[in-house]
Design a protein around this ligand. Structure first.
Ligand code: PEP
Ligand code: MG
Length: 574
C-alpha cells in the first residue's frame, strides 16, 4: 500500500485497477540485416496487425463517439494500404539491407516533411499528423510494445496518465473509466474541467502517479480529497466504499432539487447555469436542472474538426444548444483558441508564453474572416431561443468596441438581406485584471459581464493554471481576487447590467456564500456541481451573506482566513 496526494479535480470516489495511458518508448537501433525476406515479412505482419487493430478502434470509436469521430481511423487505414508508401519502405529494406524500423522511419519522415512543408494547406497538415500516428502504431508492432488506446478500454479502470489532453478525455467511455489520476494539471486545467463534465472522479497534479502505479494495480481515487491509494488494504477499500456510498447518497438527495428554482433562504433567486463544450453535453445540463447555459466553449467545435468548421456546421451546433435549452438563456463564447488549446489546421506561431500570446479575441480581431463566419452562424441561431454572445480575453475597451463593430456589420448585412435575427445580448469575459479594474467603463457599453476566474486568478497571481508546482497560488478566496470580483459585480449593478461568473469558482462551495452575498446574478459551472450548489443556496440567507462578503473583502488578510470565515458561517447553519 502507498498513498500519494494530488489536487481534487472532480468529485466522487473510484476503486479499480490501473490502466496506464502512457506513450511507450519507441526508440530503436538502425541495423544491417542479412535475412532481407525475413525483414520484409516482419514489415508486412506489422502493417497487417496495425490494420486489424485500427478496424477494432474504428468500430469502438463509432459506438462511443459517433461516425464523424471514427473517420480519422478510416483515414489511417487508407494510409496503411497505400501501395506506393509500402513499396518505398520495401525498397529501402532490400536496397540498403536496413532493418524494418529504420526503413519505416526514413520513408515516413520523408512524407511528413513534404506534408508539413505545404504549410498553408490545412488538408496536408492533417495528413502529416496522420502519417506520424500510423508510424507510431506500425513501429509499436515491430518493437513488440503495446500502444495504449483509450477507445479500446472494455473493463472498469482508473486511467493513470502523465497528462491528459482534452481529446484523450473525449475518447473515454464513461461506462468503463471509473477514475483518473495524472502527474500534471491543476483544478482548472481543461482536462480537469472535462472530467467534471463526464462525472469521472479525478485527482490531478500528483507528480509521481505514473512512476508509482503499475499496470493493473488496484487504485483508490478520491476526487473529494485528492487522495490516491495504490494497492489498498481491505480496510481502506471498505472505508472508501463507505465514502463512495455516502457521496452517491448525497447526489441522490441533490437530484430531488432538479426541477426546483434556485432560491436562497430569504427568497433571492440567482440563476444557476451550466458550462458546456459541445451540444453532446446537453443531456447532462438538463439532467442537472440548469437554468441556462452560462458558457458554451465553442473552441471545442473547432478542435474536434480537421478544418475550420463551416458557417452551416456552426449554425447547426449553436441551434441545437439554443433550441435544447427551450427559451432559457444560452451564453455562447466566441472562439477561445490559443494557450493550451491548439488547432492542428491553424498553425499558431511558436511563443515563449502562449497564455500571454496570440489567442482568443486577439486572433478573432486579426483573422476577421474566421470571426465573421462564427458571428453569422450565431446570428442565424439567435432565432431559435435566447442567445447571448460573449467575447473572451478582452483586455481593453478598444478590443470590445472593435469586436462589437464587426458584429454590428454582420448583423446589419443580414437584416438588409431580409434574414431575421433575434434579440442578442452582447457581453465580455472578465479574465484579465486590467478589464476588472476598468469594469466601471465596460459596464456602460456591454449588456453583461461574465467573470472567468480560471484565467482571472491565473493572471492576477501570475501562476500558470495548469502547473501543479504553482497550484497553491490558485486562491479564489484571496481578498485580492474577491475585491476584483466585487468591483465587477458592483459596477455592473450600478449600470443596470447583469453580473455573471463562469470560472470554476462559481461552483466552489466555499466561494458560493460570498458570491451570493455580493449579489452575483448568474453562477455558471460544470453541470455536475449545479444541484449541490442549489442545495447549499437554499440553506443560505443572501442578506446574512452580504455581511460575510463584506468582512471577507475588508477584514481578511489571506485566502485561508476567508476560508475559515466561511466554514464558521456554514457550521452555524448545521
Ligand atoms: C475562465 O477563464 O475562467 C473560463 C471560464 O474560461 P476557460 O476556462 O475556458 O479559459
Ligand atoms: Mg478563460
Amino acid at each position: 500500500m502507498r498513498e500519494i496526494k494530488g489536487i481534487a479535480a472532480s468529485d466522487g470516489v473510484a476503486i479499480a485497477p490501473a490502466f496506464r495511458l502512457i506513450e511507450p518508448d519507441l526508440s530503436f537501433e538502425t541495423k544491417t540485416v542479412t535475412d532481407v525476406d525475413g525483414e520484409l515479412n516482419r514489415l508486412h505482419t506489422a502493417f497487417d496487425d496495425s490494420k486489424s487493430e485500427l478496424e477494432i478502434i474504428k468500430q469502438k470509436a463509432k459506438e462511443n463517439l459517433g461516425d464523424d469521430e471514427a473517420e480519422v481511423f478510416e483515414a489511417h487505414i487508407t494510409i496503411l494500404s497505400d501501395p506506393e508508401m509500402i513499396k518505398q519502405i520495401e525498397t529501402e529494406i532490400t536496397e540498403k539491407s536496413e532493418n524494418a524500423e529504420a526503413a519505416l522511419k526514413s520513408v515516413t519522415d520523408g512524407y511528413i516533411q513534404i506534408f508539413q512543408g505545404m504549410d498553408d494547406n490545412e488538408y496536408m497538415q492533417q495528413r502529416a499528423t496522420d502519417v506520424a500516428d500510423i508510424t507510431k502504431r506500425v513501429m509499436s508492432h515491430l518493437l513488440g510494445v503495446v500502444l495504449p488506446d483509450p477507445a479500446l478500454i472494455n473493463r472498469e479502470v482508473v486511467i493513470v496518465a502523465h497528462d491528459l489532453t482534452p481529446s484523450d478525455t473525449a475518447q473515454f467511455d464513461r461506462k468503463y473509466v471509473k477514475g483518473i489520476v495524472s502527474d500534471l494539471g491543476g483544478r482548472t486545467s481543461h482536462s480537469a474541467i472535462m472530467s467534471r463534465t463526464l462525472e469521472i472522479p479525478a485527482v490531478v497534479g500528483t507528480e509521481t502517479a505514473t512512476e508509482l502505479i503499475a499496470e493493473d494495480t488496484n487504485v483508490i481515487v478520491s476526487g473529494l480529497t485528492g487522495e490516491v491509494i495504490i494497492d489498498p488494504t481491505e480496510d481502506q477499500i471498505n472505508d472508501f466504499s463507505t465514502k463512495q456510498a455516502e457521496y452517491l447518497q448525497n447526489k441522490a438527495e441533490w437530484k430531488k432539487l432538479k426541477t426546483e428554482p434556485t432560491t436562497s433562504a430569504d427568497g433571492v433567486h440567482p440563476i444557476l447555469a451550466a458550462n458546456i463544450g459541445t451540444p453532446k453535453d446537453l443531456p447532462g445540463v438538463l439532467e442537472n436542472g440548469a437554468e441556462g447555459v452560462g458558457l458554451y466553449r465553442t473552441e471545442f467545435l473547432y478542435m474536434d474538426s480537421t478544418e475550420l468548421p463551416s458557417e452551416d456546421d456552426q449554425f447547426e451546433a449553436y441551434r441545437e444548444v439554443v433550441e435544447g435549452m427551450q427559451g432559457k438563456p444560452v451564453v455562447i463564447r466566441t472562439m477561445d483558441i490559443g494557450g493550451d488549446k491548439e488547432l492542428p489546421y491553424l498553425p499558431l506561431p511558436e511563443e515563449m508564453n502562449p497564455f500571454l500570446g496570440y489567442r482568443a479575441i486577439r486572433i478573432s480581431l486579426d483573422q476577421t474572416e474566421i470571426f465573421r463566419t462564427q458571428l453569422r452562424a450565431l446570428l442565424r441561431a439567435s432565432n431559435y431561443g435566447q442567445l447571448w454572445i460573449m467575447f473572451p480575453m478582452i483586455a481593453t475597451l478598444d478590443e470590445f468596441r472593435r469586436a462589437k463593430s464587426v458584429y454590428s456589420e454582420e448583423r446589419e448585412k443580414m437584416i438588409k438581406a431580409g434574414q431575421p435575427v433575434g434579440d442578442i445580448k452582447l457581453g465580455i469575459m472578465i479574465e484579465i485584471p486590467a478589464s476588472a479594474v476598468l469594469a466601471d467603463k465596460f459596464a456602460k457599453e456591454v449588456d453583461f459581464m461574465s467573470i472567468g476566474t480560471n484565467d482571472l486568478i491565473q493572471y492576477s497571481m501570475a501562476a500558470d493554471r495548469g502547473n501543479e508546482r504553482v497550484s497553491y497560488l490558485y486562491q479564489p478566496y484571496n481578498p485580492a481576487i474577491l475585491r476584483l470580483v466585487k468591483r465587477v459585480v458592483d459596477t455592473c449593478h450600478a449600470e443596470g447590467k447583469i453580473a455573471c461568473m463562469c470560472g470554476e469558482m462559481a461552483g466552489d462551495q466555499i466561494a458560493v456564500p460570498i458570491l451570493l452575498g455580493m449579489g452575483l446574478d448568474e453562477f455558471s459551472m460544470s453541470a455536475t456541481s449545479i444541484l449541490k450548489t442549489r442545495s447549499l443556496i437554499k440553506r443560505l440567507s443572501a442578506e446574512k451573506m452580504q455581511s460575510l462578503a463584506q468582512r471577507a473583502v475588508t477584514e481578511a488578510d489571506t485566502n485561508e482566513e476567508v476560508k475559515e470565515m466561511v466554514e464558521e458561517t456554514l457550521k452555524e447553519l448545521n
